[in-house]
Design a binder for this molecule. Structure first.
Ligand code: AMP
Ligand code: MG
Length: 362
């Protein structure tokens, strides 16, 4: 998995830190938050903590949440609960799943319905047809017949999902159907970590799992949250602008540069249009700010597929959610909902054209 160009939390530029010290005129400098980073679930996880001494504990708590979910939802572990549901595809028996799994799958299926399949948690067979998810690399493009078969198997309506008092019973109605929660599970993992850290009394920290971020408190007094840099999808070193992620808010990004396969020298990105079983083209990246990380994760993928017009219409049903789109074209253009456009401060170092979408009316 290639991980670049995710939004990042950045320390204040040195100049503004110095200016603050000059103006405040007294007291020791407030140290910048410490960042602890590690590898997990095939990606980079991090916590940034204002209280440096709390960082190891915060890291352990966050990792325990990620581990708990990975056991359930891993697409790679043959003994995960997700693998058990996929293995039972086509059988007449349903599989009982835990409350956490049920919450993620229930939200994923609701998002599929709401977006008319633009978000599709049954996309597994299409991913494999293109050589993702552990399938053999493709020497040539998949044949139309293979794609049509994969598309038919990705029918999210062919899932029986019955909530129970202990989670849900799930049945995939056709053999070879495969759930893929790659577009939502990391967001939920961040929410679980956020809840455990909050409950344990941690304050003023930022959790990050592969670019899915959620804030507790603020990075420094009066900062109002955490400064988040939006990177250019065309150059991981370039940050095009910043915004402040407020206490409790989450941000997620989807990008065509994050994971891809190369077939006959051409790159094909990992976000699929399940109506055509083809990788989405024309979009380089999307970023969503939302009240929780599962919603941010699911919506960043959804609006990547839908584009700005349909995507912003869908966001009307999601209070507190804002988005930006960066089309896969030069010169660099950012299309943003009014709420996010108002919060975005350009760095000035990477010029871009900003298009602000019309305000959404409920
Ligand atoms: P994200 O990085 O959150 O946008 O998620 C992308 C991942 O979600 C891909 O690597 C696939 O595992 C999966 N995926 C691809 N296309 C879709 C889609 N249209 N709807 C839901 N999940 C998808
Ligand atoms: Mg996502």
């Amino acid at each position: 998995m290639l991980l670049v160009n995710r939004p990042i939390a950045v320390p204040r530029p040195l100049s503004s830190v110095l200016l603050f010290l000059l103006l405040s005129g007294c007291g020791p400098a407030q140290p910048e938050p410490v960042r602890v980073q590690w590898l997990t679930m095939g990606t980079v996880a991090a916590v940034q903590c204002v209280d440096h001494a709390a960082a190891p504990k915060a890291r352990d708590l966050a990792q325990s949440a990620f581990d708990d979910l990975d056991r359930e939802l891993s697409a790679w572990k043959g003994d995960s609960a997700l693998a058990a549901v996929n293995q039972a595809a086509g059988s007449s028996n349903s599989v009982a799943i835990s409350p956490a799994f049920a919450k993620v799958l229930g939200y994923a299926l609701a998002t599929a319905k709401e977006s008319d399949g633009a978000f599709n948690p049954l996309i597994g067979p299409v991913m494999r047809a293109w050589g993702f998810n552990g399938a053999d690399p493709r020497p040539a493009l998949p044949e139309p017949g293979e794609l049509a078969a994969a598309r038919a198997l990705s029918d999210w309506r062919k899932v029986e999902f019955s909530p129970t008092k202990d989670g849900a019973d799930v049945r995939l109605l056709m053999p070879e159907m495969k759930i893929d929660l790659g577009a939502i599970a990391k967001g939920y993992a961040v929410d679980l970590a956020w809840e455990r850290l909050t409950r344990a009394g941690h304050t003023n920290l930022l959790i990050d799992l592969g670019g899915n971020l959620r804030a507790i408190g603020e990075a420094a007094p009066r900062r109002g949250g955490w400064r988040i840099g939006v990177r250019s999808p065309f150059n991981e070193k370039e940050i095009i602008g910043f915004f402040i992620l407020r206490d409790g808010e989450a941000v997620a990004t989807s990008g065509n540069y994050e994971r891809f396969v190369e077939i006959s020298g051409v790159r094909y990105a990992h976000i699929m249009d399940s109506r055509t079983a083809m990788p989405v083209t024309g979009m380089a990246g999307t970023t969503i700010v939302a009240p929780d990380a599962m919603q941010a994760d699911a919506l960043s993928t959804t609006v990547f597929v839908l584009g700005p017009q349909k995507g912003s219409a869908l966001l009307r049903g999601h209070p507190g959610c804002e988005a930006l789109w960066i089309p896969d074209a030069k010169p660099l253009t950012v299309i943003a909902t009014p709420g996010l456009a108002a919060r975005l401060t350009p760095t000035g170092k990477t010029p871009y054209t900003l298009t602000v979408l019309a305000p959404s009316s409920p």
